[in-house]
Design a protein around this ligand. Structure first.
Ligand code: CUA
Length: 371
């Protein structure tokens, strides 16, 4: 009995320590510099969810304090004392039981009503979309996100570009296993399920880049199945659409062309002549693979390999040298490319398609979410 008492005390001391560590971790997770915090919503969808979360949380805190307070009060007041009277046996108190049942039922009814009301807010744009809404089809793949804009015939990956202040209707599915689409600052999670189309919507209140990721374990690189929503002003969005719709000219180098054009042309030949086209597509070329991301206008994106790397020329070279070293388990194998082939492919993929704009594969450093 004594030994058992000691071990119970040890266990409870350990539990207290574990709880303290957990509380500390939870608190540190609520830092102000948290680009994926749903506690700082940046759009009406996420805001509606938070507006439901806080009242329920406060109600839960009140219930917790009242119930725990009553338990502690009762335990202290009526605990056994030396020489105290024998405990009275009784079989319940009808008034107390009825009152507590009614209070509990009322709390649940209020929470249910608030939840249903929030669900109506969340489903309204799906049932009657605003006239200016745009539609994007989202396809989860192991381990990257594909974004198709059916109205504009655009296919991209990892960077979901949307107009600020506009409702974006999302039709979400998966090409392989179940994933979960989650942009914490813009909306709650929704599963991407093979063979099924789930619908949701997002709307960004302000320009910015909203960090996002797959929120359901989907295999070895689940944690590196990230993406971002880039909300830009309506005019910038229109320009983006026009640029993405263009068929990028394939570089060809006539005799006497300068060295950079020769390199780009060599890269283009390698891309369609080698194994790249088995998995990737580029509009205007023979490459029509659908296993990996569509790489048309690849240079305009800010991230590589589902946001594992930022899109820069050195990072693309690192990726091409050995994708498995950057993202172990990724479907893209190490192609054992030679250094001059990597140079050529990088020159081709990152070439400036519109010379009036930035060169490709350059992350705009200021393009982060404004708090
Ligand atoms: Cu896809 Cu986790």
């Amino acid at each position: 009995m004594v030994r058992m008492g000691v071990s119970l005390a040890a266990i409870s001391a350990r539990s207290v320590r574990a709880c303290a560590v957990l509380a500390l971790l939870t608190l540190t997770a609520c830092g102000s510099d948290a680009p994926q915090s749903w506690l700082t919503p940046k759009g009406p969808n996420a805001q509606a969810v938070l507006d439901l979360f806080w009242p329920i949380t406060y109600a839960a805190i009140v219930v917790f304090v009242v119930v725990q307070g009553l338990i502690i009060y009762t335990v202290m007041k009526y605990r056994e004392r030396p020489g105290g009277p024998e405990a009275q046996q009784f079989h319940g108190n009808f008034t107390v039981e009825l009152t507590s049942t009614i209070i509990t039922a009322l709390v649940f009814i209020v929470v249910l009503a608030a939840t249903v009301s929030t669900q109506r807010v969340l489903s309204a744009p799906l049932e009657s979309p605003p006239a200016d809404a745009i539609t994007v089809k989202v396809i989860g793949h192991q381990w990257w996100w594909e974004f198709q804009y059916p109205d504009d015939d655009i296919v991209t990956a990892s960077d979901l570009v949307v107009p600020t202040g506009t409702t974006v209707l999302l039709n979400i599915t998966s090409a392989d296993v179940i994933h979960s689409f989650w942009v914490p600052m813009l909306a709650g999670k929704i599963d991407a399920i093979p063979g099924r189309m789930n619908r949701m919507w997002i709307k960004a209140d302000a320009d910015g880049t909203y960090s996002a990721q797959c929120a359901e374990f989907c295999g070895i690189e689940h944690a590196m199945m990230r993406f971002q929503v880039r909300a830009v002003g309506p005019n910038e969005y229109k320009e983006w659409v026009v640029r993405q719709k263009t068929v990028p000219p394939t570089p060809v180098a006539p005799s006497g062309a300068d060295a950079s054009l020769i390199l780009q042309a060599k890269g283009a030949q390698l891309f369609v002549g080698g194994s790249c086209k088995t998995c990737h597509a580029i509009k205007g070329t023979e490459a029509v693979g659908v296993v990996g991301p569509n790489l048309t206008h690849f240079g305009s994106r800010e991230t590589i390999a589902a946001k594992t790397l930022t899109s820069t020329v050195p990072n693309l070279k690192t990726w091409l040298r050995n994708p498995q070293a950057v993202k172990p388990g990724t479907i893209m194998p190490n192609l054992n490319l030679k250094e001059d082939e990597i140079e050529a492919l990088t020159a081709y993929l990152c070439r400036p398609i519109d010379p009036t704009l930035n060169t490709g594969c350059q992350v705009a450093p200021a393009n982060t979410v404004k708090k």
